[in-house]
Design a binder for this molecule. Sequence first.
Ligand SMILES: Cc1cc2nc3c(=O)[nH]c(=O)nc-3n(C[C@H](O)[C@H](O)[C@H](O)COP(=O)(O)OP(=O)(O)OC[C@H]3O[C@@H](n4cnc5c(N)ncnc54)[C@H](O)[C@@H]3O)c2cc1C
Ligand code: SF4
Length: 329
Amino acid sequence: MKPFTYVRPADAKAAIAAAGATGASFLAGGTTLVDLMRLEVMSPSAVVDVGRLPLNTIERRGDGIRIGAMARNSDVATHGLVAERYPLLAQALLAGASQQVRNMATVGGNLLQRTRCPYFRDPAVPCNKRAPGSGCSALDGYTRSHAILGTSGSCIATHPSDMCVALVALDAVVHTRSGGRDRAIPIGEFHTLPGDHPEVENALEQGELITHVDLPGLPASAFAAHSRYVKVRDRAAFAFALASAAVGLDVADGRIRAARVALGGVATKPWRALEAEQALVGQAPSRATFERAAAAAIVDPRPRRDNAFKVGLAKNTIVRALELAWGTP
Ligand SMILES: Cc1cc2nc3c(=O)[nH]c(=O)nc-3n(C[C@H](O)[C@H](O)[C@H](O)COP(=O)(O)OP(=O)(O)OC[C@H]3O[C@@H](n4cnc5c(N)ncnc54)[C@H](O)[C@@H]3O)c2cc1C
Ligand code: SF4
């Protein structure tokens, strides 16, 4: 591991000042950063420990809720307000990692976790995300875990988070603070597509601290009664999604009044499937309706040799999630 300085500032202002220098990195639970430092995939010159800043509360905010960036994934998943109003988020969190990892992992760190593309994690091979301009080893490599949506000629890595898929479905807003200004970034604009610069993964600037995440009240909370996160993976623990779907239905008088569909494991960022939502609205919930929505969700997929199965798998995952959300046995 390369040498680095370590500081644990007492407040957010000092943390932001310390992380403003090029090469500095925040440290929260450490479950992504420390792994990648050991592998020398990330080599910050300064580590700014924010894990103990008082940003871990989960509270009502208007008709929605506010979740502090330092709230642990396990605490969010089991919180009464989350379980009651946003069970989709609780399900997505509990589908990720293990209890031990969730006890350390924070909301801020989960938003910024890095891809599990094996070439990204191997400094011996080219990777545009890790070493810009070096090339993409996955393009001619083994692509079973890679993306079919949102890819570019520079990178086809999937975004690995389960939590973020639920946040996208729920229209969360990420709040940040940097030298003198606060920002509210809609989750759909928080993660960026790889394009020609896969090394840029989000809208944050150097030293910008995530302070909390807001979940809106209505309409997001209207999905609580009929929502579901389904994750398909190779084994039941310590495995990232091959495909996942976060769905919510708001049904009145036998018709779907509003719907949310978001996908994980198949795209380069947590993916909102607006076309699927449009196909659901106004329809009666049924297997046929769900299948039409799933077909509409996968627009212009770009499968490669080893991941073509994800086109069908993503559709089947959406149908299953919609059936479970609606209550089909
Ligand atoms: C064995 C294992 C299995 C896993 N399985 C899954 C899984 O199935 N599904 C899943 O979704 N995830 C999984 N993960 C990933 C895990 O969810 C993330 O590692 C975790 O959420 C990161 O949170 P952290 O607090 O530990 O972040 P850290 O490692 O501390 O930080 C991660 C990044 O976020 C930045 N950061 C942290 N907090 C802030 C902040 N407030 N503001 C600005 N930047 C910040 C850091 O600088 C760093 O770049 C797994 C991880 C492990 C180790
Ligand atoms: S897919 Fe992206 S992360 Fe993986 S090797 Fe290519 S550039 Fe790197």
